[in-house]
Design a protein around this ligand. Structure first.
Ligand SMILES: O=C(O)CCC(=O)C(=O)O
Ligand SMILES: [Fe+2]
Length: 320
């Protein structure tokens, strides 16, 4: 709500020309969020978007727990449709993105992996927090951490994502200290079947996962039974497909991560060519979580920024 609302108009004001009440959507008075570890300052959301986010969720979540170990809450949509397009455009053009490359070694064989999507991450695990100057401190002693505490430079969640984190905490009753963002530029970008069941998330983690931009299919399937368990005892479970649209949010919780895999498969066709953003909020309990998230979502390669005239992500340098 704007500060104007509810004010009584005086008689003078009644005859005076009506001031334009329309706030330009791109208007924001707040300065961008800056941090030593950001490659560039990150703008704050236009005030109108923040105000509208306050009306989230647009719809109540649908409980989906009709299969073994599955525990989902599906908001269709969570973010009001009136702002999804502008929020998508804003985040795509304001956030730094990476195309992370890394090598995995399995049974002595090294494989180079090119992450097939743009990623970025903000946050710090539960044993630490940022002080008012943005320096990581020990959560208990409040002492500054030695500069070699992490093998990465944690970045505070910028205000434009903090606004969404706060509403999400309010409606889910969960707490989150990390925000991971994926940008799927085309149908060739994807995430293969995996579960977010790392030990640093603790048992039965809750993960809130938002979609913006073009719809994409989100697939879920039960993990195969552990070897040795008799097939007959395994409860029957069907794979699931949700076509996630702009503003939708899926809260994955309970035993879901321990038992189910999820993916965004590659797709052909122009409808998936315009890009999709996924934002997940999570809670990492220990230092390993911080290091893992920055390693796989920021890495040490070049930063990319959206180029609105070329309509694509381009490598960004301080002079660009
Ligand atoms: O893009 C999505 O909806 C899923 C992303 C995801 O599963 C992940 O980042 O762990
Ligand atoms: Fe995931």
């Amino acid at each position: 709500m704007t500060p104007e609302t509810g004010k009584k108009r005086t008689l003078d004001a009644f005859f005076a020309p009506t001031p334009s009440k329309k706030v330009r959507v791109s208007e924001t008075s707040a300065p961008p969020t800056t941090h030593e570890a950001y490659p560039f300052p990150i703008s704050q959301l236009p005030t109108e978007l923040v105000d509208t986010l306050g009306f989230s969720p647009e719809n109540e979540g649908e409980v989906i727990n009709n299969q073994p170990h599955l525990d989902l809450l599906y908001f269709k949509p969570y973010i009001p449709k009136s702002i999804t397009s502008e929020l998508f455009t804003f985040l795509r053009s304001e956030l730094p993105f990476y195309r992370v490359k890394y090598t995995i070694k399995r049974y002595g064989v090294s494989t180079d992996i090119n992450t097939p999507r743009y990623t970025t991450v903000f946050g710090i695990d539960n044993t630490t927090r940022f002080d008012n100057d943005g320096n990581p401190i020990d959560a208990k002693t409040e002492r500054l951490l030695p500069s070699n505490h992490f093998r990465c430079k944690p970045r505070p969640i910028p205000e434009c994502l903090e606004a969404l984190r706060r509403v999400t905490e309010g409606t889910t009753g969960q707490t989150f200290n990390f925000c991971l963002v994926n940008y799927y530029a085309t149908g060739d970008d994807s995430i293969s079947y995996h579960s977010d069941d790392e030990r640093f998330l603790g048992t039965n983690p809750a993960i809130a996962s938002f979609s913006l931009g073009e719809p994409r299919d989100f697939l879920l399937k039960h993990k195969p039974p552990a070897t040795g368990k008799s097939e007959g005892k395994q409860a029957v479970s069907k794979p699931l497909k949700f076509t996630l649209g702009a503003g939708d949010m899926i809260l994955m919780k309970g035993e879901t991560q321990a038992n189910w895999l999820h993916s965004i498969p590659k797709r052909k066709g122009i409808e998936v060519g315009k890009g999709r953003i996924n934002i997940t909020f999570r809670k990492a309990m220990v230092k390993e979580g911080t290091e893992n998230y920055y390693n796989y979502n920021v890495g040490n390669g070049p930063v990319h920024k959206w180029d609105s005239s070329r309509k694509e992500m381009v490598p960004w340098t301080a002079s660009s």
